[in-house]
Design a protein around this ligand. Structure first.
Ligand SMILES: Nc1ncnc2c1ncn2[C@@H]1O[C@H](COP(=O)(O)OP(=O)(O)O)[C@@H](O)[C@H]1O
Ligand SMILES: [Mg+2]
Length: 238
């Protein structure tokens, strides 16, 4: 069985269906990239995996355990971390305090928190240089780095990042992607939700979503080479 498995997930908001029999798998140690246009259901998918939304039917299995009917603290405990869209950092707190907030549930384990802090700052040297700066004064790219670094504080086994590169320059996007790849190579399974096809460079598996379902699953190369797919699902000119 795969590390993460969604099987025939249906779900949505109120009575509005968004996910339609959504099924896919992610193997342990992989980086999966989910591409798709605005409104395809990418964020809704991540919310279902993180336990913030419950499927109407179908199942979400993580590391051999069905988690879709469990509450969020269980997801966190099992190592599922979501870095939400829009880098919600605490603007009036320093970089360091933002990172500490990421380990709030383990705040009494001081040695653990110190170890995670050191690790997070090693991945993001730019944050190390700015650790006493208020998060609200960081650039957009630095805030994104902080949001990801904060996600590392609880020792994730599955790290999900929603639109990491949104609003970043191409160069900065590549920097963020390559740090995410390092995190993955150090043993964390990653799901990246992106509208930026540049992300497929670090993907082991690329999934394309449309209208709440997976319309393609394969290599990033196949997506990039398919003019039809680029035009229909990614909004890029063929
Ligand atoms: N809080 C919400 N309440 C109602 N509908 C929502 C909510 N969030 C998203 N939706 C709808 O769900 C669909 C999928 O949205 P979303 O998962 O955010 O897509 P994506 O992340 O791919 O852009 C869209 O039609 C969107 O309007
Ligand atoms: Mg979204």
């Amino acid at each position: 069985m795969a590390f993460l498995e969604l099987k025939n997930v249906r779900g949505g908001y109120g009575s509005l269906p968004v996910l339609h029999d959504l099924s896919f798998e992610v193997e342990e140690g992989q980086t999966a990239v989910i591409l798709g246009l605005n409104g395809a259901g990418k964020t809704t998918t991540l919310l279902h995996i993180a336990g913030l939304m419950k499927p109407w039917s179908g199942s979400v299995t993580f590391d051999g355990t069905e988690i879709h009917d469990k509450d969020v603290p269980k997801h966190v405990e099992s190592g599922i971390v979501l870095v939400p869209e829009g880098r919600r950092v605490f603007p009036a707190l320093t970089v360091l305090k933002n990172l500490r907030m990421g380990a709030w549930t383990k705040r009494r384990k001081t040695a653990f928190v110190k170890e995670r802090l050191d690790l997070a700052l090693r991945y993001f040297p730019r944050l190390e240089e700015r650790k006493d700066q208020l998060a609200g004064t960081l650039s957009g790219g630095e805030q994104q780095m902080l949001a990801i670094a904060r996600g590392l504080m609880t020792e994730p086994r599955l790290l999900m990042i929603d639109e990491a590169s949104l609003g970043l320059s191409p160069v900065l996007s590549q920097t963020v992607f390559s740090i995410v790849k390092q995190i993955n190579e150090d043993g964390v399974t990653v799901i990246l939700v992106e509208q930026n096809t540049g992300a497929v460079k670090i993907a082991d598996t690329t999934l394309v979503m449309e209208k709440g379902g997976i319309v393609f699953s394969g290599t990033g190369q196949e997506v990039l080479e398919s003019a039809e797919m680029r035009e229909a699902y990614l909004g890029a000119p063929a």
